[in-house]
Design a protein around this ligand. Structure first.
Ligand code: SF4
Length: 209
């Protein structure tokens, strides 16, 4: 690991000591559902919707009783809700039929489910099962490129570069740290470079002061 990367990790840890997954869940299945719902939607909005959804449908057996139109109604405040509802209904059946009702603990298993891509799998594997992973969402992608921890316009390539640059034991925490920094400081349109603790180390050409 480069000295610069080490310093970036140290500063992010000091700045965001509480960095963690901001989706609310109690089981791997609830995290899987929440993560699928979170695409192009804020975690806050997802938490608002899942609070009552998980109360009324706490496990797979309960989810399997849900009809598509009922689920659509429950999640209609969420972006792309029709598509997400259709995928979730199918995913619940796949979990029952192919995985004995359990969330699989492998990348291959999770990505075989309807609506679950690589980012979703990485979030579930790291947070629910303790498997070191770097899920590259929009924040991780933007911030790691700006900081030159990665340098690519391809999500999978960014994930590979981050895995190479960051020690494995830090992967999961760095995923959360980069998201926290992206949401609070290194914002997409108007990064707060003036108050950014990484400003001296950052190589972004279009810093805003
Ligand atoms: S200096 Fe600006 S661009 Fe660089 S990490 Fe900080 S906020 Fe982001």
């Amino acid at each position: 690991m480069k000295a610069r990367t080490k310093k970036i990790i140290e500063i992010l840890k000091e700045t965001y000591p509480d960095a963690k997954c901001e989706l609310n869940y109690k089981t791997p299945l609830q995290l899987l559902v929440a993560t699928i719902l979170s695409a192009q939607t804020t975690d806050k909005k997802v938490n608002e919707v899942t609070e009552s959804l998980f109360k009324d449908y706490p496990d797979l057996d309960a989810f399997l009783t849900l009809a598509n139109d009922e689920l659509e109604e429950r999640i209609r405040q969420i972006g792309l809700y029709r598509n997400k509802s259709k995928n979730l209904i199918l995913m619940f059946r796949q979990l029952k039929e192919k995985f004995d009702g359990e969330v699989p603990q492998t990348m291959e298993g999770i990505t075989s489910l309807a609506g679950a891509g690589r980012k979703t799998a990485n979030v579930v594997l790291s947070n629910a099962f303790g498997v070191p992973s770097i899920a590259v969402d929009t924040h991780v992608f933007r911030v790691s490129n700006r900081l030159d921890l990665a340098n690519s316009d391809n999500v999978l390539e960014v994930e590979k570069q981050l895995q190479k640059e960051i020690p494995k034991k830090e992967w999961t925490l760095m995923h959360h740290l980069l998201i926290f920094h992206g949401r609070r400081c290194c914002i997409a349109r108007k990064p707060k470079c003036k108050e950014c603790p990484l400003s001296d180390l950052c190589k972004y050409d279009d810093k805003i002061y």
